[in-house]
Design a binder for this molecule. Structure first.
Ligand code: LMR
Ligand code: SF4
Length: 511
């Protein structure tokens, strides 16, 4: 086989998957956008999302800064050397990382060290099968961490919030799936897609669930029971009202695919793999001799361009409050849930490693009155040694719940920006100290990178690029107040109202 050509084909597959959302996913997002009422938070968020998809297209840059855990699924004709393919994948992955198309995302689980090139023990994940055809079929999914953390596995029978008992039958499965959408809230960057695996054991069940994410989101399940189940979930999950980013709204789920396998008598698992709207999976067929791409998969139909959408957004935009750090307590206390703010000036990134570090060390910069951004960007250094931001959307904030309130008080931080909201401990601290939580649109990494005018410094690089503290100068960085200093939290409200709505699906449907 022409290995050099194969490596180039793989490089193209990685770059396209990270930067160009598949056509079936675009159609689902366009449909969702058409269903939201103009002027609502959901409509505004979806406009940001479609604008971001368009920007990623034009710049050939990552749709989301979290370029995920790469999983390759490969089918080869008998006799093809799979070891050579794996080596070519690794070389292509290193190249895509150097070129800023992939964030260095591979972290040593014991030492915390980032390998810097997306390679590591067991990564990327590569799974092979043989088949009778002549070509090689290579599919790739880049599944981000925020949505991966919202995967859930149920062991039936069980008791579910709002839904009561879920038994070992189709109706019990239905309840688990409805619950899985509810429990994700906005944290996995809804509106999302779910792959469900019924049966198997804990690991094969999750594998089956993830295999469903490789189905086209528009196919029809050949199994009649599963087809009905998928349709039921698609019809009703959107009645939960969680909406885009958990802001409330008409669309919470963009796709549901269910697969089934046998189980052993004692176990009955329902495994759900949740994928954010930034559903990055593509595929190619490659000539077994030539190594050249023969065909792109998941690309039937016309490609939707969202270029025309951008023009619509200005009249939909509500009034905005402009903020520049350092921000006073008085200013912060005027903000209320629902306010849209635009930030100019400095903000500092901080995610898991920084929050842990700040809880028992001094800060390398004065954070009094400042803004912390929960973000792990994709960065590139130019020949003069200057850093440039390639992608910079928010990360899931709830992971910082144990630290956030204490850190805000300790350093005088007035605002944190992230996504998915935070819990009661932070809400209490915001009230006591005078702080706000601002929700940015998850996955909109190009949109936010565009607001960043310069990188003025970086601290704590020992934690790796995504975890370091980047000093960013921004202009017009837009976010919504979703937790204020008066005890209000949109996240708490949406959670409560969606739980009430979930309980409407308690009665049996499939007997
Ligand atoms: O790691 C990130 O940048 C984001 C992550 O995918 C998340 O959704 O929290
Ligand atoms: S930030 Fe959101 S869109 Fe990006 S990988 Fe995480 S869950 Fe997906």
């Amino acid at each position: 086989m022409n290995i050099e050509a194969l490596e180039n084909s793989l490089y193209e597959l990685i770059v396209e998957t990270s930067t160009n959302l598949p056509k079936d996913v675009r159609r689902a997002i366009r449909k969702a956008k058409a269903q939201e009422n103009a002027g609502t938070r959901a409509a505004m968020s979806l406009a940001t999302i479609t604008q971001n998809i368009q920007m990623a297209d034009e710049k050939v840059s990552p749709i989301c800064q979290d370029t995920g855990l790469p999983t390759f699924k490969i089918k080869t004709p008998i006799g093809v050397n799979q070891l050579e393919i794996s080596k070519a994948i690794k070389r292509a992955m290193v190249r895509a990382t150097v070129d800023g198309k992939m964030r260095p995302n591979s972290v040593d689980s014991i030492t915390g060290e980032n390998s810097g090139d997306n390679l590591g023990e067991g990564l990327p994940v590569i799974k092979y099968e043989q088949w009778e055809k002549d070509d090689i079929d290579i599919r790739l999914i880049l599944k981000g961490g925020g949505c991966e953390n919202k995967n859930i596995q149920y062991s039936l029978p069980c008791e579910l919030d709002g839904l009561g008992r879920a038994g070992r039958d189709l109706d019990g499965i239905r309840k688990c799936i409805m619950h899985s959408v509810y429990q994700a809230q906005g944290q996995g960057c809804s509106a999302g897609f779910i792959g469900v695996g019924i049966g198997g054991d804990r690991s094969s069940g999750y594998d089956l669930a993830k295999a469903q994410l490789f189905r086209s989101s528009e196919d029809v399940n050949p199994n009649e029971d599963l087809r009905k189940l998928e349709e039921y979930v698609m019809d009703h999950a959107n009645e939960l009202g969680i909406g885009t980013m958990g802001f409330g709204g008409e669309t919470t789920l963009l796709g549901c695919k269910v697969g089934v396998m046998h189980r052993i008598p004692a176990s009955f698992f329902v495994s759900v793999a949740y994928n954010c709207w930034a559903f990055r999976r593509l595929g190619i067929t490659v000539g077994a001799e030539s190594g050249e791409i023969q065909e792109w998969l998941y690309q039937e139909g016309d490609k939707i361009s969202f270029a025309d959408d951008q023009a619509e957004t200005p009249d939909e935009k509500p009034e905005v409050v402009r903020l520049t750090a350092p921000i006073s307590e008085e200013q912060i206390r005027t903000l209320k849930v629902g306010d849209v703010v635009q930030i100019d000036g400095m903000m500092y990134t901080g995610r898991d490693a920084i929050h842990k570090y700040l809880s028992d060390h001094d800060s390398p910069v004065d954070l009094n009155g400042q803004v912390i951004y929960h973000c792990g960007p994709v960065m590139m250094k130019d020949e003069e040694g200057n850093w440039h931001v390639k992608a910079a959307g928010p990360t899931t904030s709830i992971r910082e719940e144990p630290y956030q309130g204490d850190i805000m008080k300790k350093f005088g931080i007035r605002a944190v920006i992230g996504k998915g909201g935070m819990g009661p401990k932070t809400l209490k601290a915001l009230e006591e100290h005078g702080g706000v939580y601002l929700n940015a649109i998850g996955g909109a990494a190009q949109y936010y990178a565009d607001c960043i005018q310069g990188v003025e410094g970086v601290d704590l690089m020992q934690f790796g690029v995504p975890e370091a503290m980047w000093h960013l100068r921004v202009k017009g960085f837009t976010a919504v107040v979703t937790m204020d200093s008066h005890g209000n939290s949109l996240h708490k409200d949406v959670d409560q109202s969606s739980l009430e709505k979930l309980s409407r699906f308690k009665e049996p449907v499939f007997r």
